[in-house]
Design a protein around this ligand. Structure first.
Ligand SMILES: *[C@@H]1O[C@H](CO)[C@@H](O)[C@H](O)[C@H]1NC(C)=O
Ligand SMILES: *[C@@H]1O[C@H](CO)[C@@H](O)[C@H](O)[C@H]1NC(C)=O
Ligand SMILES: *[C@@H]1O[C@H](CO)[C@@H](O)[C@H](O)[C@H]1NC(C)=O
Length: 839
């Protein structure tokens, strides 16, 4: 007995495993798949799909009289499944198809219609309605002159799905072919964003949807045989409002675990796009717009497919997305090149019979080459409140009682199928879900190399990135000779900084790109391992607010890193001790917001948080538009990961910024960065060094001193004299509170970078509300409204708990903070950073 049961269980597990394997490895295989070639005498195979005839004696079809129609001579050739259109069923009374559904969930219903004449039946005169469950799919439908496939999808709980054809009085109905196929659960989830307002729409699962448009931007038609879910994608030319404003582009797509799969959209869709036709002018301000016919009075589910196949180093995409004139997404950006991503919206009831979507340059991206892309678009009509997708309300006869009967009759099969389905999907989706949970809804993880050994253009010359034993597939490799050229053979007068690691040179590549070249001293204590780690991390983590790595060189034992050049030096330089003009309050807050974004991304952008470990004003660099970028985030110390049992975490960081908890306990979490960031906030406000030994004792340490005034509510007494009278009290109060929270004694009490970001945005709003016309306050540093992806994270950020270091090693290294000579932070060219455990 027990053996039998056990055997049965093992079998179920094995079947689940096999199904799971098939599901994961070869794309989706639908549990329910009914393909019918109506009125056909035999099977019809279209590509790898087999359509079966519908015989009236089967349980599938119920119709008063059998009328099988056929024709040879369908005119529009080139259409998918032409042979399916050659036969049809004619229904001269209410008729229905019934399918036994085994897998609960959304199912496609695809209806094929072709206008032809068979005996006395001219299909183009037929007028009828189609309904299923409580929904009307088509009401008083009449075919136009072309063949069509109408695609719907509805949620089916279990039991029988019944699709009913009802001729209008005196008319008849017809159907050429029919598909009822399971949709993968993850294709359409329950929620999307409302536009407007930007709130969350919940309850998509209950909606009946009709696909109105499914478009492959900049690419060819994708037929059902080339799509894992049997969908058709059409080219976008005919929808472009102005063809001259857009160009096609194609590229390579990298599907990654946890990100959208080929089931979301296939390679030809993500691998082609339309981009702005800027005509070579980086400041072009145009929108690319597509316009689609829709039915008035309905709401629409709109899915945008994106895949950044255009970015090059230093030219990161950032753009806005509009639905009609609503800004659906401000400042959309992509952390990795070639990884698919999609974003869902639900519109309000359409007051027009047109729906347009546009992409256009970010309004505050003076720092970037203006461009925008779109790879694919789906527009689906949602059922009205009267459960209709048709134009006029229509009373359908409910199929509820039949369904109940079906449930009872099919209970045995259903139970087995359900158990199997649940097990299979639980196992299969658990892994995906786990990965997804780490990210916000439409956020794609990016643990991949960007440029695996590709040929790439560097500085106007072509180099082939070869791989060696030491470095494989990491970033761009630059020949030494190119760097010698760029730096006038490492001319000492071109040095812009010196640190423990070596020297930093200003340089210019052959194509005129300015770069900062960090050349490691071979005697440096920083080893090859750290050098490799920096390259690896910087290749993986690309963000507008992180300084980007342009390339590296490891020829002849050199360890050279090439970074984008930051025109305006360090934040520190702008606060005190140099000749830069002082920054306005708005500029300062924007810089704080920018750096918070960079850190937030480091902390949350991958499965394991990256902890910077050396956050300070000297490591926040400013580009020519004063946009902040966090620098010096390259070194993963050989730490907890390599030796799990006994960790000797060196206390590293810069004096004056060090998290006391980390110092005491050598426990490292993201919250150590938060502490240091809090010190930076006070530094920005007071414009003085974090440690100034020349001051009276109680003022030496900025963090202590500022906290004292903050707690007394007298922060205004110690602010930078240049700011006196220019900060609105509310804004100052919020700023002070935010900094204070960052400096909480215990990490658990400190906010996450996401929360800080949120608070700083608010600080800015409080300020702007009062001084809109201050001429000093006109910077445009690319700090816009908190983007949805950030706000999602803000609300889901959880504390990551205890840190990683537990050992007793204390080879304390402390910088006294005199490490930036000019512009580029030096002392720790390779700073300290570890991947935190336990996320
Ligand atoms: C579709 O698949 C066929 C063969 O499987 C291939 O020849 C064709 O190029 C594919 N079309 C697209 C758009 O990928
Ligand atoms: C793009 O379209 C949006 C919405 O209609 C509009 O607000 C914006 O000004 C347009 N941008 C450009 C550059 O035309
Ligand atoms: C569509 O139908 C569902 C189920 O009847 C209903 O809950 C939903 O509100 C309808 N959608 C709209 C937009 O009214």
């Amino acid at each position: 007995m027990g053996g039998v049961r056990e055997g049965g269980l093992t079998l179920v597990i094995w079947i689940s495993f096999i199904l799971c394997y098939v599901y994961v490895c070869t794309g989706f295989s639908p549990i329910d798949s009914f393909l019918i070639d109506c009125g056909s005498p035999a099977n019809t195979s279209i590509g790898n799909r087999l359509f079966q005839p519908d015989t009236s004696d089967s349980k599938t079809l119920s119709t008063p009289i059998d009328i099988l129609a056929n024709t040879t001579g369908i005119l529009d050739s080139g259409i998918y499944g032409l042979r399916l259109f050659e036969t049809a069923r004619v229904f001269n009374g209410t008729s229905s198809y019934t399918f036994r559904i085994q897998k609960a969930g959304r199912h496609w219903i695809r209806l094929y219609f072709a206008p032809f004449i068979y005996q006395s039946y001219d299909m183009s005169t037929a007028k009828f309605s189609v309904a299923t469950q409580q929904f009307v799919l088509l009401s008083d439908f009449q075919i136009q002159k072309d063949s069509v496939v109408k695609e719907f999808s509805v949620n089916v709980i279990a039991g029988d799905l019944n699709i009913q054809f009802t001729p209008a009085s005196g008319s008849f109905a017809f159907l050429n072919a029919l598909e009822v196929v399971s949709v993968p659960d993850e294709l359409i989830t329950d929620d999307a964003s409302n536009v407007p307002p930007k709130t969350s729409f919940q309850g998509l699962t209950k909606q009946a949807l009709q696909t109105l448009w499914r478009v492959n931007m900049g690419g060819p038609t994708v037929s059902p045989t080339n799509d894992t879910l049997g969908r058709t994608w059409i080219p976008d030319e005919e929808f472009l409002a102005n063809k001259n404003l857009a160009r096609k582009i194609t590229g390579i797509v990298k599907y990654v675990d946890g990100g959208p799969s080929r089931d979301i959209a296939p390679d030809p869709v993500y691998g082609s796009a339309r981009q702005m036709n800027t005509g070579g002018d980086p400041n072009t301000k145009i929108n690319v717009t597509w316009t689609f016919d829709v039915d008035r009075g309905f709401r629409y589910f709109v899915r945008f497919h994106f895949c950044d196949i255009v970015s090059t180093t230093g030219n990161q995409l950032i753009f806005n997305v509009y639905i009609n004139t609503w800004q659906a997404y401000q400042n959309l950006e992509f952390p990795t090149v070639g990884t698919p991503r999609y974003i869902d919206y639900v519109t309000e009831q359409s007051e027009s019979d047109k729906l347009s979507v546009s992409i256009g340059p970010s309004t505050d991206s003076a720092d970037n080459y203006a461009n925008a892309i779109l790879n694919g678009l789906e527009i689906m009509k949602m059922n009205s409140s009267s459960n209709s997708l048709g134009d006029t309300p229509f009373m359908s006869s409910k199929t509820g009682s039949k369904m109940n009967l079906g449930i009872i009759v099919g209970v045995a099969i259903a139970v087995i199928a359900l158990i199997l389905a649940i097990v299979v999907f639980f196992i299969c989706r658990r892994r995906k879900r786990l990965a997804k949970l780490q990210e916000s809804k439409n956020w794609v993880p990016f643990s991949m190399n960007m440029n695996g050994g590709n040929t790439t253009t560097m500085g106007g010359r072509k180099y082939t990135g070869t791989t060696t034993n030491t470095i494989t597939n990491l970033g761009y490799r630059v020949p030494l000779v190119a760097l010698q050229d760029a730096t006038n053979n490492f001319d000492e007068t071109w040095v812009i900084g010196v640190g423990g690691f070596g020297k930093v040179y200003k340089g210019e590549l052959v194509d005129g790109t300015k770069v900062a070249v960090k050349r490691g001293n071979p005697q440096s204590q920083q080893g090859l391992k750290e050098f490799l780690t920096e390259i690896e991390l910087l290749s993986r983590f690309r963000h507008r607010h992180l300084v980007s790595l342009i390339g590296y060189c490891d020829e002849k034992n050199e360890m050279i890193l090439v970074y984008e050049y930051m025109e305006n030096g360090t934040l520190k330089g702008h606060l005190y001790g140099s000749d830069f003009p002082t920054l306005s309050w708005k500029q300062r807050v924007e810089i704080c917001i920018g750096s918070a974004r960079g850190l937030h991304y480091l902390h949350t952008g991958s499965e394991k948080a990256i902890i910077h470990r050396d956050v300070k004003s000297a490591n926040i660099l400013l580009d020519e538009n004063l946009m902040a970028k966090v620098a010096d985030f390259g070194l993963s110390k050989a730490g907890p990961e390599l030796d799990q049992t006994h960790v000797s975490t060196a206390v590293k960081g810069s004096f004056g910024y060090l998290d006391p908890e980390y110092f005491r306990r050598q426990q490292l979490t993201e919250k150590s960065d938060v502490y240091s960031f809090g010190v930076v906030l006070f530094e920005v406000l007071c414009a003085r060094p974090v440690i100034d030994p020349s001051l009276p004792r109680d003022r030496v340490n900025l963090a202590e001193w500022a906290m004292k005034f903050q707690k007394l509510g007298q922060l205004d007494q110690i602010i930078d004299p240049n700011l006196v009278g220019k900060i609105r009290p509310d804004s100052l109060r919020k700023f002070g509170e935010t900094a204070e929270k960052c400096l909480s004694e215990y990490g658990v009490d400190r906010p996450s970078m996401g929360d800080i970001l949120w608070n700083l945005e608010y600080v800015l709003q409080l300020q702007e509300a009062v001084l809109p016309d201050d001429p000093d306050e006109n910077s445009t540093n690319g700090i816009g409204e908190l983007s949805p992806q950030v706000s999602d994270v803000v609300h889901t950020t959880t504390d990551t708990g205890a840190g990683t270091g537990t050992g007793n090693g204390t080879d304390t290294q402390i910088d006294i903070g005199d490490d930036d000579i000019s512009g580029i932070s030096m002392s720790r060219v390779f700073s300290q950073m570890v991947k935190a455990e336990g996320r």
